[in-house]
Design a protein. Structure first.
Length: 461
């Protein structure tokens, strides 16, 4: 807990959804922050005898929730939005890999700024980036991405990705877009050693993240898992995203994706997979048995016509599930708070229909579920005394939401709610839907310029 001398911020008169183990909610309550921790939370007014209160916020008309946690993204895609809009996954990848393989450090930094800014101003307090494109001579891409997150003040996990299976080896990426096995492993270990912080209030963590079964050799999968466990970091990759991927795995490895992952050491409580759309009962049971997590990306799955993930069945089995934006070349909005609504609605098109998910389950996916998937549920994901002060004030008294009595239903079912304030580690990063730490307009100009520069380079190539 924070010492009594810590500076305190008090938020009062707000609805609160804690997303704790009991789904505790307060129709009118308070939150006290001391330093970078939540000191107390409850119904009614905050204690009157608090010392060192530097700020009081009247939360009338607001819902306070844990900050949203994004569990899957590809930041670099911010500068290739709006392309290949009528493609399935494999055709989309083939169309875009030659362009992506020409990114450099400046493009990577600016694309990360754009991706982070869009999420942060929409309530994301913990972000992650699965970056797996490391062209030769591109500069310090990992450092540029991590620097962008630090500048914005967002808690961050870099999933240091890699590819070593190109077209000549039966994969999809062009030959010049991949690393060698040795280069990928060395680059990943160097990134972990340089940036990973395992402390409770860490702002930067690193995961080992070979891209996918169809762009990575079996040896890279196996040695990547060994590297992650030797270093004590988490593992991330794409899994079971499309029917074509399942066919690819059966043709190449003689087994489906889940069995292949298990054979390479890629199931476990330190692993999370993106998408997991095409999972049978046996696959879901294997994930539940091993504690393997899932990053559910409903908008991207729809954009690429991948299908509807069996999220209700995963949750019933005990699989940890969080939400992901995915790359903005397959989810052009780049906002996680809209994924709360999309996750609920798209899953109701599946076998469980209206019983698939409710509003509170959707909010849990975007908060505590994401924290579980990133291995940080002891620190973030719910509003509880002693946890880190990552939280959002959603304004729900405007035309868009004021006539909906239940604030959680208003947030999930309604239009995207304005963010009056967002705090990360006890520091405010958003006020009235504008970022406080960076210049949004400058980022917009820079992303347009870098998108145009990349397009010119790709066209000339």
């Amino acid at each position: 807990m924070a010492p009594s001398a810590a500076q305190r911020i008090v938020i009062e008169n707000c609805s609160i959804a804690t997303v704790d183990a009991n789904d505790t909610e307060y129709a009118s309550g308070y939150l006290v922050v001391a330093g970078n921790r939540i000191e107390s939370i409850g119904a009614g007014q905050a204690p009157r005898n608090l010392e060192n209160v530097v700020r009081r916020i009247d939360g009338t008309g607001h819902l306070v929730t844990p900050g949203l946690v994004n569990t899957h993204h590809h930041f670099y895609q911010w500068i290739t939005r709006g392309l290949a809009t009528d493609h399935n996954l494999f055709d989309w990848l083939v169309a875009l890999y030659p362009t992506w393989a020409r990114i450099d450090e400046q493009m990577g930094r600016v694309a990360a700024q754009g991706s982070l800014a869009m999420m942060a101003r929409g309530g994301v307090t913990t972000a992650m980036d699965h970056h797996y494109v490391y062209p030769r001579g591109a500069g310090d891409l990992s450092g540029a991405i991590i620097g962008a997150a630090a500048e914005m003040g967002v808690r961050f996990t870099l999933a240091r990705g890699s590819m070593d299976r190109s077209k000549k080896d039966g994969g999809l990426p062009p030959d010049f877009a991949v690393e060698t096995l040795e280069g990928a492993l060395a680059g990943t270990e160097e990134t972990v050693d340089r940036f990973h912080d395992a402390s409770f209030d860490s702002m930067t963590q690193v995961a080992v993240a070979p891209c996918s079964p169809f762009s990575v050799s079996t040896e890279l999968m196996k040695q990547g898992a060994e590297l992650a466990r030797r270093k004590g970091v988490r593992l991330h990759t794409h899994g079971s995203e499309t029917v074509e991927e399942e066919q690819f795995c059966k043709e190449l490895f003689g087994m489906g994706p889940t069995d292949y992952f298990e054979s390479t050491g890629w199931l476990g409580s330190d692993v999370w997979m993106a998408h997991c759309v095409h999972m049978n009962d046996s696959d879901i049971a294997a994930f539940a048995r091993t504690g393997t997590g899932v990053a559910h990306c409903p908008s991207s799955n729809a954009r690429l016509a991948a299908g509807i993930a069996r999220v209700p069945d995963m949750l019933k089995a005990g699989v940890p599930v969080g939400l992901g934006v995915d790359g903005t070349a397959s989810n052009e909005s780049g906002e996680l708070h809209t994924e709360l609504r999309n996750a609920l609605l798209i899953n109701r098109l599946g076998a469980h229909r209206e019983a698939a998910l409710n509003a509170r389950q959707a909010l849990r996916l975007g908060t505590y579920g994401g924290a579980q998937v990133l291995g940080r549920s002891a620190e973030i994901g719910s509003l509880e005394a002693g946890k880190l002060a990552d939280f959002v004030l959603w304004k729900l008294d405007t035309l868009a939401h004021a006539s909906i009595a239940d604030p959680v239903i208003a947030l999930v079912f309604g239009a995207a709610a304005p963010v009056t304030a967002s705090f990360v580690n006890g520091k405010q990063i958003v006020e009235d839907n504008r970022l406080l730490t960076v210049d949004e307009d400058a980022i917009a100009r820079a992303t347009r310029d870098e998108a145009q520069r990349l397009a010119r380079i790709a066209a000339q190539a």
